[in-house]
Design a protein around this ligand. Structure first.
Ligand SMILES: *[C@@H]1O[C@H](CO)[C@@H](O)[C@H](O)[C@H]1NC(C)=O
Length: 273
């Protein structure tokens, strides 16, 4: 399995989990390294949830992570993969995978917080079964935008609209986090489908990853002269625009920008490119 994912996505060497991450939740039994340390497992059972975080924090760059979600009846489980500055006015970028009963689709919920303000949820279905194999979930983050991608296909862009008064994630380094936990009160069909503990343990797996980002830095030093700040990374090209439109047209389940009962006046960025 690792070999096949390596040939499909991995153009560079994978990082080493024990070098870059530490266990935040569920030690010692619910976070496990398998396959000679190439796969990290997060395990949820009725004793504990589990999680890990990066030892370092990053400002701008590119971070790819292969994830294979909880298979079978994953209803009520939430696998969160996110970046947070952990400050009071925090910046955060979230991927949250909401499980489902066997055969029904996962939802990938994303969110972006800038300067402590979130409430920017979008939800999509995926065009594959994310529990059947590893897929790559990526963030490209620079001064112009944050792009969230799945297998290289952009699913969301949060642009720097500071000129229009929208705070942007530009000053605060973020740590990488992941966790697998019980979200049965809200995750699946709004909380209708609960966790079936008879199916435990629930296991999500993390495979090859690559962090090419500015460590712990500040502002300009993490932008100037870095590859992620070069012209081609400052906007989406036509192909990527087309892919993003394809995702939004066929897979979008929910968008805060069109939720008029929640936001009678949409947030500023909703009417900006
Ligand atoms: C689970 O499946 C149901 C039925 O297909 C669907 O309405 C729902 O959006 C799916 N995902 C979640 C996380 O509830």
């Amino acid at each position: 399995m690792i070999l096949s994912l390596t040939t499909s996505y991995c153009s560079t060497a994978a990082g080493i989990f024990t070098d870059d991450f530490y266990v935040t939740w569920g030690a010692p039994n619910n976070v496990k390294l398998v396959n000679d340390g190439q796969v990290m497992q997060l395990i949820l059972d009725n004793s504990t949830a589990s999680g890990f975080a990066s030892k370092k924090t990053y400002l701008f760059g590119s971070i790819d992570m292969q994830i294979k979600l909880v298979p079978g009846n994953s209803a009520g489980t939430v696998t969160a993969y996110y970046f947070s500055s952990e400050t009071s006015n925090h910046d955060e970028v979230d991927f949250e995978f909401l499980g489902n009963v066997t055969g029904e689709p996962y939802i990938l919920q994303t969110n972006v917080f800038s300067n402590g303000v979130g409430g920017r949820e979008q939800r999509i279905y995926l065009w594959f079964d994310p529990a059947a194999d590893f897929h790559m979930y990526s963030v490209l983050w620079n001064e112009q935008h944050v792009i969230l991608s799945v297998d290289g296909i952009p699913i969301r862009r949060f642009a720097n609209n500071e000129a229009a008064g929208v705070p942007y994630l530009r000053m605060q380094a973020m740590r990488i986090f992941s966790s697998l936990w019980d979200g049965e009160t809200w995750a699946t069909r709004g909380g209708l489908d609960k966790i079936d503990w008879g199916q435990a343990p629930f296991i999500a797996e993390y495979g090859a990853y690559k962090v090419d980002a500015c460590e712990g830095g500040a502002g300009e030093a993490c932008a100037e002269g870095k590859w992620w700040n070069e012209g081609t990374y400052q906007s989406l090209d036509e192909t990527q625009q087309g892919q993003l439109s394809w995702v939004q047209r066929f897979f979008l389940v929910y968008d805060y920008c069109t939720d008029s009962s929640r936001y009678p006046v949409p947030l500023t960025e909703c009417s900006l490119p």
